[in-house]
Design a protein around this ligand. Structure first.
Ligand code: GLN
Length: 197
C-alpha cells in the first residue's frame, strides 16, 4: 500500500488525510523528521504559509523536508503548500523550500472575494473539477520543464514540475478525490523492484 504523508503543523490537514484514505492509500500525519521515513509521497497542505514556515523552523523540519525533496519522491503543495514549494515568492527575498521551478504570488484573487468555488478544466483529469479557492496564490511564471495543468481567469492555478505538483486551490475540501488520485498516480509502482525467486 502507498504511504502518503501530510505535513501536520498547521492548516487543512485532516481533510487531506481523509482524501488519501478515500483513494486507498495509507495516510500519515507528519510532525517530526522521523515521520518522513518510509513515506512514498508528501502533501504540504493549505493554511497560512508564514505561520507554517514558523512552525517548520520551530520543529526543525526545514532540512528534513529539503532532504525528502532530494529523494525525488512526489510532493504536492496545495495553496499555502504551493507557496512553500515555490522557487520564488513575489515580493519576498527568500523562498521557503524553493524546490519547484515556479514563481508564485500570494493572495492573488482580489480583496473583496476572499474565497470562491469554481469548476475547473484540469489537464489529465476527465470532466470539470469543483475547486475551492481561499485567499489563494497563483503561479505567475513557470520554468520550461513545468507542465501547466490548469489556468483560471488567465492565471496558472495548477502545474507539475517533475516530482512536484502544486495547485492554488484546496482539492481536499470536497468529496471529489480525483486531484488527490492524480497526485498518487505520480508515485512509481514498486512492482519493478520485485525479484523473481
Ligand atoms: N493566503 C495564504 C498564504 O499566503 C494561503 C491561503 C491558503 O492556503 N488557503 O499563505
Amino acid at each position: 500500500m502507498k504511504r502518503v504523508g501530510v505535513l501536520a503543523l498547521q492548516g487543512a490537514v485532516r481533510e487531506h488525510l481523509q482524501s488519501i484514505e478515500a483513494c486507498g492509500a495509507e495516510a500519515v500525519s507528519v510532525k517530526w523528521p522521523k515521520d518522513l521515513e518510509s513515506l512514498d509521497a508528501l502533501i504540504l497542505p493549505g493554511g497560512e504559509s508564514t505561520a507554517m514556515r514558523r512552525l517548520i523552523d520551530r520543529y526543525n523540519m526545514m532540512e528534513p523536508l529539503r532532504q525528502f525533496a532530494e529523494t525525488g519522491k512526489p510532493m504536492f503543495g496545495t495553496c499555502a503548500g504551493l507557496i512553500l514549494l515555490a522557487e520564488t515568492v513575489v515580493g519576498e527575498d527568500q523562498p521557503h523550500l524553493g524546490v519547484m521551478d515556479v514563481a508564485v504570488e500570494r493572495n492573488s484573487f482580489g480583496r473583496q472575494v476572499d474565497s470562491f468555488e469554481v469548476p475547473l478544466e484540469i489537464n489529465g483529469i476527465e470532466g470539470a473539477f469543483e475547486a475551492v479557492f481561499i485567499r489563494a496564490p497563483h503561479i505567475v511564471s513557470a520554468g520550461p520543464s513545468t507542465e501547466v495543468l490548469c489556468v483560471h481567469d488567465g492565471k496558472i492555478v495548477m502545474a507539475k514540475n517533475g516530482q512536484f505538483l502544486g495547485c492554488s486551490f484546496h482539492p481536499e475540501l470536497t468529496e471529489d478525490h480525483r486531484v488527490t488520485a492524480y497526485f498518487l498516480s505520480m508515485i512509481p509502482s514498486k512492482s519493478g523492484l520485485l525479484l523473481p525467486n
